[in-house]
Design a binder for this molecule. Structure first.
Ligand code: HEC
Length: 227
């Protein structure tokens, strides 16, 4: 051990100042973010997705990201954050590093501190929470329980949606279809509705979820995400 230390000291002192400085600069370039967070639900995502702490610029693809593996309370550290990064997120990304669902977000575009300390506290990051936040809340809840009534008796509001979908019979299908059949997207009425293949609804839902990655998210949740 002592020998190793001496060798390192010798090696360092052998370099001229310029070289040493250069190395240090490269390692410490960019900002560092430290987020106190307790993230749960990570293990619920199937392969093809990762729950990460990530930096985004103007694009929907992460500039920089680091996988989160443990669900326990922790300080998440992300180093080397460049100037193009505007938001720091705890989110799920796909294989293309494309943002799928965001669970925590902080705008750091005006923060030039070398070390940025954030507090996300408890973050529920399971797959269904991702669907709720990304799709149901902004696109569906207004008609399905967010206002005076729930269209077709289906609540897609936070806290009610899961129990209203999984293993529950459709109120509109004439063939006994079930809204969500765990493990079987093709037989799930929800999937037929969002892909416009239900064949019975008077209200066409096929243009509501247009992005392929979101149709895939629902499909993957039904086939691989329900426990
Ligand atoms: C503008 C209002 C509106 C919005 C927004 C809306 N729906 Fe609907 N939805 C309806 C109506 C109305 C029906 C019943 C249609 C009928 O009676 O044929 C329905 C029926 C359904 C059904 C069939 C329920 C059953 O038990 O048979 C599903 C599933 C569904 N919607 C899912 C969704 C999802 C998912 C979204 C968001 C992506 C969504 N809806 C957004 C109005 C809406």
């Amino acid at each position: 051990m002592k020998k190793l230390l001496i060798i390192i000291i010798l090696a360092l002192s052998a370099c001229d100042d310029g070289d040493v400085m250069e190395t240090i600069n490269v390692e410490s370039s960019g900002r560092t973010v430290k987020i106190a967070a307790s993230v749960s639900g990570i293990e619920n995502w199937p392969s093809g997705y990762n729950v990460v702490v990530a930096g985004f610029g103007d694009s929907k693809y992460a500039d920089i990201s680091k996988n989160i593996f443990t669900a326990t309370a922790d300080t998440l550290v992300l180093n080397g954050i460049g100037n193009d990064v505007k938001t720091i997120e705890i989110c799920a990304i796909n294989r293309l590093r494309e943002r799928i669902a965001t669970f925590y977000e902080n705008d750091i575009s005006n923060n030039n501190e070398a070390e940025i300390i954030l507090d996300a506290s408890a973050v529920q990051a399971d797959m269904f929470s991702g669907i709720q936040k990304t799709l149901f809340n902004p696109t569906c809840a207004a008609c399905h329980g967010g206002g005076k009534s729930a269209a077709a008796g289906l609540y897609l509001t936070e806290g009610k949606s899961y129990d209203a979908l999984v293993n529950v019979a459709s109120s509109k299908a004439t063939d006994g279809s079930v809204r969500v059949v765990p493990g079987n997207a093709a037989n799930s009425f929800l999937y037929k509705v969002v892909t416009g293949t239900d064949g019975v609804l008077s209200f066409d839902h096929s243009n509501m979820i247009t992005e392929e990655k979101y149709v895939k998210l629902i499909e993957n949740w039904i086939t691989k995400g329900i426990e």
